[in-house]
Design a binder for this molecule. Structure first.
Ligand code: KDG
Ligand code: MG
Length: 409
């Protein structure tokens, strides 16, 4: 079975997505997600100019060999653009292999280890009453684990807080969706954040009790000692995890946080290689791996990374916001079902327009996601619908401190 044609499709049903479509001589079509939020066209150009010509004519069944050919063969390895492009090729080839076998991908990965993948949803509120409403709406929508993000007194807009979260609802997009030629700027104040967040978790636990798994994303904004302080102050509220407490580049930051708190730590949505994780795993500095299939070299690389994590008792918590396309999300779900060291899966519902372009078969019931038993990934791309939504520039915001200094967003 040869690769006959390869196409990179950029579509924007409310937000931008980059999808690789590989078709074989037997007429099987596989899909891979290559979306890199705010830098979409860099990956699209990498695929079109430097990857598509290398794929045509290759044996579609040689998934590992193709991965190594594109990774080692490029000489310039790693980095978010390269690894998203590689992820798309790898995922599309797994999709093809599983369709050729007439099996859902999770069967090829070893078969199901569980009934479904526990999903967490994104509750948020500009203030505590709005947040409590949003948590109730998520529980009504079936979520059994909840990420909690909140407005901070004195700050106009804060990461993870939906501008329109009033009254709850579990379907919203809080990022970037501001389709402007330049990024929007936000103002940030870490001390105000550190004072406020523990009071919010106290209110949430008082309302919902001790059982509900609660998560929180620090989004890379704290120094190590600030993160240590937050982790310690959140201990009474028994978080499932504190995510991205410090910027991802610095593994030594996690060492310092770990010395001070038993709040479980998750990191890695901006990582793109197993090598980003090795010191964190070997020194047991984290509890959850946050990478997405889409940004970490595909199913092949993600499976190896999670197998390494299992050696150290670290679990998965794959990234799944709406900038991971339904194709990337489905790939994650097949892994979630198959691996032993599954932890939790992030799940934000995509917009109706997105789900017109990407026809999915995965299901969400009783708090659990299931990839479905359709052969392959179980997602198809409606190219006519995709063509109705042309690319539009959209950026994540940029943060500045109150004195104007640029800060991590
Ligand atoms: O594109 C950036 C988003 O993927 C990121 O901000 C979402 O932090 C995120 C999360 O945990 O979902
Ligand atoms: Mg995050």
């Amino acid at each position: 079975m040869r690769i006959e044609s390869v196409r990179t499709v950029v579509t924007s049903p409310g937000r931008n997505f980059v999808t690789l479509r590989i078709t074989t001589s037997d007429g099987i079509t596989g899909l891979g997600d290559a979306t890199l939020n705010g830098r979409e066209l860099a990956v699209a150009a990498y695929l079109t100019e430097h990857v598509e010509p290398l794929l045509v004519g290759r044996d579609a069944g040689r998934v590992e060999d193709t991965w190594q050919y594109l990774y080692r063969g490029a000489y310039w390895r790693r980095g978010p653009v390269t690894m998203a492009a590689l992820a798309a090729v790898d995922t599309a080839l797994w999709d093809i292999k599983a369709q050729a076998a007439g099996m859902p991908l999770y069967e090829l990965l070893g078969g199901a280890s569980r009934r479904g993948a526990l999903a967490y949803g994104h509750a948020s509120g500009r203030d505590v009453p709005e947040l409590l409403d949003s948590i109730r709406a998520h529980l009504d929508a079936g979520y059994r684990a909840i990420r909690v993000q909140t407005g901070i007194p004195g700050l106009d807009s804060v990461y993870g807080v939906a501008a329109s979260a009033a009254g709850g609802g579990d379907r919203y997009d809080y990022e970037p969706a501001r389709r402007t030629a330049l990024p929007v700027e936000e103002t940030w104040d870490t001390r105000a954040y550190l004072r406020h967040v523990p009071t919010v978790f106290e209110a949430v636990r008082a309302e919902f009790g001790p059982e509900l798994p609660l998560l929180h994303d620090g989004h890379h904004r704290m120094t190590p000692i600030q993160a240590a302080k937050l982790g310690k102050s959140l201990e009474p509220y028994d978080l499932f995890w504190l995510e991205d407490a410090t910027p991802g580049e610095d593994p030594t930051a996690l060492r310092l946080i770990r010395q001070h708190t038993t709040t479980p730590l998750a990191i890695g949505e901006v990582f793109n290689s197993v090598h980003d994780y090795t010191p964190l795993l070997q020194e047991r500095l984290i509890d959850y791996v946050r990478s997405a299939v889409t940004h970490t070299g595909g199913v092949t690389a993600m499976k190896k990374l999670l197998d390494l994590a299992a050696v150290y008792g670290v679990k998965s918590g794959m990234h799944g916001p709406t900038d991971i396309s339904p194709v990337g999300q489905a790939a994650a779900l097949h892994l979630d079902l198959a691996i032993h060291n599954f932890g939790i899966q992030e799940y934000m519902r995509h917009s109706p327009d997105t789900l017109d372009v990407f026809r999915t078969s995965y299901t969400f019931a009783d708090g659990l996601l299931h990839p479905s038993d359709a052969p392959g990934l179980g997602v198809t791309l409606d190219e006519e619908a995709a063509a109705r939504f042309p690319y539009a520039p959209a950026y994540l915001p940029v943060n500045r401190l109150t004195d104007g200094t640029v800060h991590d967003w």
